[in-house]
Design a binder for this molecule. Structure first.
Ligand SMILES: *[C@@H]1O[C@H](CO)[C@@H](O)[C@H](O)[C@H]1NC(C)=O
Ligand SMILES: *[C@@H]1O[C@H](CO)[C@@H](O)[C@H](O)[C@H]1NC(C)=O
Length: 408
């Protein structure tokens, strides 16, 4: 039988437990609201996108970039002092269906005025989907980058990240490519599929520097299966620095038309129209900033050179291709697709591609890379092939379905 004494003790313990729970919930809620307030800047105007996103038009001087410790007294650059030139394949003969323009979905409902930048608003649900507030908007580990020369298959299998990429090594001051856009199926919300350019500096150790841009489908990050234009950067191998898009301070945006992390449309169809986007990233030889251009003339902004160690000089490796997460949750390979979900052998209209693959060399000229190599962990799941012709210059076909008879 319970004595009064025991009963009182029980009540006290119960109260302490409940109070701790409540205080945790309050603190957690407070942290989420604080984080949202940090990410979502006061806006001049907000635009509701058909996909449910809200795009805030934020005054250019109010963006997160200037909160970065190394950018406190940064003077914003409104244009690069230098723009690399080279073979301009865009104007060369490519079948007309490549020329259809891609836009971002939110454009159908409004524009951000000059002097403001469009920022995808972060919602509470976005943060709740992340494993922690701190991890929201960040990649998880070093294994998010393919390490062609130090292939540790054990680690690759453990981390579950799989790649199919083409790469070059040397000393580079930029990279460019035109990639067609797809909507790969994602098996599980904690997986993703992306296609991008990587500019890497340093070794594959704790100080790896990386600048990345392309398109991705990531249900955890965005809450849907839409294909979105995105960027990423880190200066310490995805540990404490860097993030996707504008989800931390670093990237300085100057453009009022393209929102990082916003859905793009239309998407290429298997055996149908192909839609592609061009991305150029280059280092300004005078200011040392790494600039990014989307499409023909949209200069989006730059990563200040001061964010980086190795990349404040040059990139030592460029990669083009795809990456997925294979969570292998049921002991089988995931069915998450890379690119179009079809293998390179299928070619144009079916497989995903990068065309006009170029690098910026030591004389700041765009040119086709020499000695392209390829890397993939499991070619039966996702594969990659390179080629060259007059219309497309250097090109890459990559991707695959994930699980299939040869990739159980
Ligand atoms: C990695 O996983 C694949 C498929 O699950 C398997 O074929 C391969 O042997 C594994 N590699 C290592 C080193 O464990
Ligand atoms: C994304 O697609 C998968 C199937 O590929 C589906 O199960 C899931 O519900 C979709 N998620 C959202 C948020 O629409």
């Amino acid at each position: 039988m319970m004595t009064v004494n025991m009963f009182l003790r029980f009540v006290v313990v119960l109260c302490v437990v409940v109070a701790a729970r409540v205080s945790y919930a309050v603190r957690h809620e407070f942290e989420i609201v604080t984080h949202l307030n940090r990410l979502n800047k006061p806006s001049m105007k907000s635009i509701k996108s058909p996909d449910g996103d809200i795009i805030d038009c934020v005054h250019i001087s109010q963006q997160a970039a200037f909160e970065h410790p190394s950018l406190k007294n940064h003077k914003i650059q409104m244009r690069p002092s230098y723009h690399p030139e080279g073979n301009n394949f865009e104007s060369m003969k490519v079948s007309s269906q490549n020329h259809q323009t891609i836009t971002q979905l939110w454009h159908s409902n409004g524009k951000c005025e000059k002097g403001t930048i469009p920022i995808r608003r972060t919602k509470k649900e976005d943060i709740l989907r992340a494993s922690s507030i701190k991890k929201y908007g960040k990649k998880s580990s070093l294994h998010t980058v393919a390490q062609p020369n130090s292939v540790d298959l054990d680690l690759i299998n453990q981390s579950g990240h799989q790649h199919a990429i083409a790469y070059v090594e040397g000393e580079f001051y930029g990279a460019k490519a035109t990639m067609n856009v797809w909507d790969p199926q994602i098996q599980q919300s904690n997986e993703f599929s992306l296609s991008q350019i990587w500019l890497l500096g340093g070794s594959f150790a704790s100080d790896l520097n990386s600048i990345e841009a392309g398109w991705q489908v990531s249900p955890d990050l965005y809450g849907d299966n839409n294909t979105r234009f995105f960027t990423y950067w880190t200066s310490d191998a995805y540990q404490a620095t860097g993030c996707y898009n504008l989800l931390c301070s670093g990237f300085v945006q100057i453009n009022n038309e393209i929102a990082l992390g916003a859905s793009i449309s239309p998407i290429s169809k298997y055996h149908g129209s192909q839609y592609d986007i061009s991305v150029l990233i280059w280092k300004d030889p005078e200011q040392g900033n790494w600039w990014m251009q989307f499409g023909k003339g949209n200069v989006l902004g730059y990563w200040p050179g001061s964010l980086f160690s190795y990349l404040s000089e040059s990139a030592s490796m460029i990669q083009w291709g795809g990456e997925v997460v294979n969570s292998a949750s049921d002991g089988q390979h995931t069915t998450t697709q890379m690119g179009s979900g079809h293998f390179p052998e299928e070619g144009f209209g079916k497989s995903s591609y990068f065309r006009n693959v170029q690098i910026v060399d030591g004389s700041n000229s765009l040119r086709a890379p020499k000695d392209i190599d390829t890397f993939t962990e499991q070619p039966n799941c996702y594969d990659v092939q390179t080629g060259k012709n007059d219309g497309w210059g250097s090109y890459i076909y990559y991707g695959g379905p994930g699980r299939n008879a040869n990739c159980p």
